[in-house]
Write a protein that binds this ligand. Structure first.
Ligand SMILES: [Zn+2]
Length: 393
């Protein structure tokens, strides 16, 4: 949990710290907030009163005091989920996913739309805006309660939210996607690359809730990642950190479009899995067969899992983290196979294994992680302490 500061003139920072502590809990008392944030009881009390007045937080029953002398019961605080909403959009080369999320990070509506191959950027972005507006209308959310639209899209991105030569999207070089979506929706737009968005979503509403640090391995059409270190999103110097997909795992392996050889992505992405089996079966069918125990499919998936595990061990060694989360649409059916193989590798191989274990978890929100993450980008840009230093609008 982030520590607050009791110095004067840092009100808005402390406010965000308190709000985050409430959001990350399943109900928390003022005394507990003071304990986890390091703020004085008085500071917490003043901030909570203001959050209650603004309607962002509600009092929700009370918990018995833990002291044996039977002190006064503590009032439990929760985020008022209906106080604000954000639309998260995940732009994958094959489909658009939308999530309408409330302030507690819970998805209210989800929608998936296939994307026509080679659709023109302007038409796609106008379609995103139309669908976002329609979702809000159908859910009965008034504009005044919309905090913004979050967009998770394939990297690389520049700091102004312009797409720069995305490898799997010819025709999308130099598209100012953030500016256009803002213009067409007339809401503030927050943009991030899909894997980072999914990592932030995971911390907001998934398995890594309130984790201090973790690495997120995103398996989609391509393979990417996100990093939260010491409670902060680690973004690198150009917002393109954590490209786990381009760690070499087979030095003699196939050439990757990045210029490297035998990259995780070149060896482990869905199209590489299809090519490895060579039966003409699609990725989804191969994963279903592997999950059902068909030996050839199982062998291919396990081999891919081993290569992912090699990269995961390097990541764990490099960052000394104790949580690794697997997510993304390519996990469907085979998440547990990947998880087991990677968990075994990070239990046996990292240097710090005698000091701490490494938990490997599959995302409970995998199919929508990037869209939920995109929505939570908006909440983070609006409220979260320093996590708000995103590419925000
Ligand atoms: Zn590569």
């Amino acid at each position: 949990m982030q520590q607050g500061t009791n110095l004067p003139k840092v009100g808005s920072y402390n406010r965000a710290v308190v709000l985050e502590a409430i959001q990350a809990s399943d109900g928390i008392s003022r005394v507990q907030i003071a304990a986890v944030t390091g703020l004085t009881a008085q500071t917490v009390s003043v901030i909570v009163r203001r959050l209650l007045e603004e309607g962002l937080v509600v009092e929700d029953g009370s918990a018995p005091s833990r002291s044996s002398s039977g002190g006064k019961p503590r009032t439990i605080l929760r985020v008022e989920a209906r106080a604000g909403y954000a639309v998260g959009v995940h732009f994958d080369p094959q489909e658009l996913s939308f999530v309408l999320a409330d302030l507690a990070g819970r998805p209210v509506t989800r929608l998936h739309l296939p994307l026509r191959p080679r659709a023109r950027p302007d038409a796609v972005i106008r379609g995103m805006a139309r669908t976002a507006r329609r979702i809000l209308r159908e859910a009965g959310v008034p504009d005044g309660k919309v905090l913004g639209v979050g967009l998770a899209c394939p990297g690389p991105l520049d700091a102004d939210g312009v797409m720069v030569s995305p490898p799997r999207l010819p025709g999308w070089d130099r598209v100012p996607i953030k500016g256009l979506l803002q213009e067409y929706t007339r809401f503030p737009v927050t943009v991030d690359n899909d894997a980072t968005a999914a990592a932030i979503g995971e911390r907001w509403a998934g398995i890594a809730r309130s984790a201090r640090g973790f690495a997120y391995l995103y398996l989609g059409t391509g393979i990417g990642g996100g990093l939260i270190l010491d409670n902060q999103v680690y973004r690198g110097s150009s917002l393109n950190a954590a490209e786990f997909g381009h760690i070499t795992v087979e030095p003699e392996g196939p050439e990757c479009y990045c210029g490297n050889r035998g990259c995780v992505e070149a060896v482990c992405c869905p199209s590489a899995i299809e090519a490895a089996l060579g039966s003409g079966a699609g990725h989804a069918a191969i994963c279903a067969a592997a999950a059902g125990g068909e030996p050839e499919a199982r062998r291919v998936i396990e081999r891919v899992a081993q290569r992912l595990a090699d990269a995961a061990v390097s990541v764990v060694n490099m960052l000394d983290i104790d949580l690794l989360v697997l997510g993304g649409p390519a996990l469907r059916e085979v998440g547990e196979i990947y998880r087991e193989v990677i968990a075994r590798a990070v239990a046996e191989r990292p240097l710090a294994r005698r000091l701490h274990g490494v938990r490997v978890e599959t995302s409970p929100i995998a199919a929508d992680a990037a869209a939920i993450g995109a929505a939570s980008l908006v909440f983070h840009a609006t409220y979260a302490p320093r996590l708000g230093t995103l590419v925000s609008g």
